[in-house]
Design a protein around this ligand. Structure first.
Ligand code: 3SL
Length: 237
């Protein structure tokens, strides 16, 4: 299994695809996706574009649904939910399809949605992702961080490192790029205090300014949800 880490959608190659793409937006889209599916949501359907989400939801009749929209860390007007994983309780989401658009996470998914296998990862479901990759043994795995509007983000890279560390056998042949070692090293440095790291991160700072330390704490938990969000059709997990 050859591992590659790409810090942002923009840094992700467009002329090829891996056997398995692992999309990561720890703060907070992929944590929300894991939480919603664990709470019994029928599916999470993602949209890079807000208008597309509204248009699509107006035609949807198959299952009850909720619109979850975030821009700049805040809930979009006209949506029932924002992007807080803590809103995704069983009472709120069970049996419903979540139509989700976020600033960066859903854009990252779009970038690799044509890969044969696409899954999403966050700290909360890290172990489920590790187990899946250990079982499936895809030849090439790309960890695609969502970053923030083209910039690197600590929380996505540290999560990529947390997963890659469990998969790397110490052999240089497994390292697709230098970013893998960087991500593993970041994780080794901060694994005892991910909450502290997330509060230092620029998006953590943004969420703190929005008075949302509680979501950062939630997203910094490791292995609390046994759930594997896997794409069943482009954009749908
Ligand atoms: O950028 C994103 O996709 C979001 O996860 C950002 S936020 O945490 O909802 O602010």
């Amino acid at each position: 299994m050859k591992l590659f880490v790409y810090h942002t959608p923009e840094a992700t190659p467009t002329d090829q695809l891996p056997d398995c793409a692992v999309v990561i937006d720890v703060l907070r889209a992929t944590t929300t996706i894991a939480t919603a599916l664990h709470a019994g949501a029928e599916a999470v359907q993602t949209f890079a574009d807000l208008d597309e989400l509204f248009q699509f939801s107006e035609t949807w009749q198959q299952t009850p649904f909720l619109r979850a929209g975030e821009r700049g860390g805040q809930q979009v007007e006209g949506c029932e939910l924002g992007n807080s994983p803590r809103s995704c309780t069983p009472e709120m989401v069970a049996g419903k399809r979540l139509f989700l658009t976020t600033t960066n996470g859903t854009r990252a998914l779009k970038r690799v949605e044509q890969a044969p296998t696409v899954i999403t990862a966050a700290q909360v479901n890290r172990q489920s992702v590790v187990k899946f990759l250990q079982t499936e043994q895809p030849d090439t795995v790309w960890f695609v961080g969502s970053g923030w509007q083209g910039d690197y983000s600590l929380e996505d890279t540290v999560c990529a490192g947390a997963i890659a560390k469990s998969l790397w056998n110490g052999d240089s042949d497994q390292l697709g790029n230098d970013e893998v070692i960087g991500a593993i090293s970041l994780y080794q440095q901060w694994q005892q205090d991910l909450f502290g790291l997330f509060k230092l991160a620029s998006h953590g700072q943004r969420l703190l300014r929005l008075d949302n330390e509680i979501d950062i704490r939630y997203c910094a938990q490791s292995d609390t949800l046994a759930v594997l969000p896997i794409q069943t059709e482009p954009g749908v997990l």
